[in-house]
Design a protein around this ligand. Sequence first.
Ligand SMILES: [Mn+2]
Length: 488
Amino acid sequence: MRHCVCHSFNLHERKRMMEAQKILLLLLLCLNLVSSLVIAGAPPTCAANLDSKCADSDEWKGEFFPGIPKIKYEGPSSKNHLAFKWYNPEEVILGKKMKDWMRFSVAFWHTFRGTGSDPFGVPTKSWPWEDGTNSMAMAKRRMRANFEFIDKLGVDFWCFHDRDIAPDGETLKEANANLDEVVALAKELQGTKVRPLWGTAQLFSHPRYMHGAATSSEVAVYAYAAAQVKKAMEVTHYLGGENYVFWGGREGYQSLLNTDMGREIDHMANFFESAAAYKKKIGFKDDFKLNIECNHATLSGHSCHHDIETARLNGLLGNIDANTGDPQVGWDTDQFLTDIGEATLIMLSVIKNGGLAPGGFNFDAKLRRESTDVEDLFIAHIVGMDTVARGLRTAAKLIEDGSLPELVRKRYQSFDSEIGQKIEAGKADFEMLEKKAMEWGEPKVPSAKQVIHNFLSSNYPASHYVVVIANAMGPQPSQDLVPGSSLM
Ligand SMILES: [Mn+2]
């Protein structure tokens, strides 16, 4: 607290009364100053809003999200939009805390750079802290908003692109200097608990990357991209980031008529090799895995859980961008995941994988264009986190109940026979199999007992669901499950 000037007045001169009055006035003035400073230092009474008195040129003295408390778990019966119904970070499920199964991360680009613009419309959001510029002061203010958001949401991780957190420069050197300045502030604001789940380089929005980055036909672009990735890896590592992600948004081709695809793919391999070599130099661990983005899986005509399980089976499941697309829209709409059935299937794979660490769940998801209140940022994340949490709870119940694993085990039990074992050991040749086929005659093919739906309805009590078995009316009635049976 600043000292006021009151003590420089003395009381033993003439006009004692006048002096005393002066002192009284000054004391009152000081008291005013002190109280206004105290008020300014008390966040809940002052919003970090451009229109409020808390705003100054660079930094903020108040809260970015006044009135929003730390988000707590209140359970499925809660009607509070600003509370978790299913995500209880410290609760242990299948031997691991929920927060350790998930390792949720806030995506800086969507949450703090998302504007609500789309191919047909201008931005719709005007967050109270945004001044419409991409200045350094603005970048620092957003970073402060980011960490207040992370603290209130109660997550330990964030993800960023280099150009989202700091403005580009006239030169690469200037861009790097801008990044260093913002990263220094981020390091200070992170504290000891929060760190990046991963960082990445933004190699797609600048016109220089219109032909791609590592697959660009221009060698100068390849070099620029390499320099940008080098710097992004360095700052991610400096911030304590556990991973680095390559997001090749512009790689690939538009037309094979003008493309040497073999040469481009080789260039990309060269790029990754250089990145891997540099990664070791700066201390990242030597491991490459896949970041599966649900919305990209569905754009490719796959389901998210298919891509996740495929990655897992190949030992390559590293991280999940937990989002979803719009089935009627043909581009990456990056919506928050809200499908509990899909979340359940995703979590079945994640559980089989033993979790995702050092990866996690990043929300590559943005508010809808029509959601424009500051609290919507929180509600969207809460819904996304609760969806994944509910998926974990249901998947854990399916595993603990044992019905589902048993159903799968029984389905393949014919391979536990002598001949099946020989096949799986690679010791059954075609001659042997032909002999068996002749001996056995026409195979009797049992029902797959395929689970066609997990109905997860809000009409059911917490964690209850119904599993419907397809073909249960087939030739071999199920002893394990009957249609409509509740598993818990
Ligand atoms: Mn996306």
